[in-house]
Design a binder for this molecule. Sequence first.
Ligand code: SF4
Ligand code: SF4
Length: 414
Amino acid sequence: MSKDRSFLDRRQFLKNGFLGVAGASALAAVPAALKGGQQAAAPAAAAAKATADFIRRPLGNTGIKLPVVSMGVMNSNNENLIQAALDSGIVHLDTAHGYQRGTNEGAIGKVLKGRPRDSYFIATKVQGEPRDRRTGTFSAETKAEPFLEKVDLSLQRLGLDYVDIMYLHNVSNRDSVLFEPLMGALQKIKKEGKARFIGVTTHSNEHDVVRAATEAKVYDVVLVSYNFRKTNLAELDPAIADAAKAGLGVIAMKTQAGGFWDREKTDPINMKAALKWALSNPNITTAIPGCTAFDQLTLNLEAMTDIKLTDKEKADLRLGGEDHGGGLYCQGCQACLPQCPKGLPLPDLMRSYMYAYGYRNLGTAYDLVGDLGVGTDPCADCGACAVKCTMGFDVRARVTTIAQLQAAPAELFG
Ligand code: SF4
Ligand code: SF4
């Protein structure tokens, strides 16, 4: 986004009245929210009014209550936008060690400087390495030490002594959730006070991951891909319900299902409706829609007070109708994995493709595809593609396109 465009968006945002009135309230009323709704010391009347209508839900057994809408910061280093989100009543920011090559945590750190520590709630994520690129499974080489070093670096970038949630990032199977060295590392972090709560995140095979996290009795929170286009809701909804019943906080991501119905991005998904759909599940504490612009922030804030889907919004989401697939969001269903004779990590390649084409976040797409170790033309010596994707993606074309991104010099991505 250009500077001018950003300025204009911010001006419009101010005109809409979110910033300023609620800005005062974020500092005054939020501590009450964080303490589970107890009375804040002396909230200004206007401030209290501004956030009084926000819908808040408890985060499992943590004793914390959060507004139902939070901010996924992944795709934006725009400090003005992060600032505006906090000043408007958003409390919970979600980032990760690897987002935007670590600069995402750095940008958040700058915004947080000088703010009262109990006025915001920060989650970050660190990935366990090495792991099998295809299945995500850890090996005997996967140790706690490098993971712990990355945790310390994340805290340093954020300028914090502790985060509110530290996640083991991007797990896709039961064994990874229960992997002792990393589970032990997270427990150590919590014991040392570097994280108040610990959890796992998952974009793939989510129902198994959520069930394993519940059974582990170690984690406080799960961050899960959850949207109206998911094809595993019959398994995922009961897994989430059981997790919530067991006292885990459940946070939703990828609520906007890639943002478009089509790969060409001519047919946008109604973002507010998609967000409301995810929040219509009472077992979801809060959602972290990715936010890169002030108009998106405005929509997200509107959903803070009203999550009831209108008939038009239901129609926009094509609920009950046939979903013909397409778009940019890979379900992480893993149906493609056994079909590819070369054993390519297809769900991660599709996610990288979505980051590049859907989110226009080339740096994160570049880093993800580079980590997968597939080379720049992994399908070159394969005959006809054997993969039939459940979403109808032309898998070969997407793999070939995204793998070529690695040929670009790393400096291009900051
Ligand atoms: S690429 Fe298609 S089949 Fe493979 S995980 Fe994604 S949606 Fe499922
Ligand atoms: S063409 Fe299809 S089957 Fe062959 S390697 Fe690529 S994704 Fe796998």
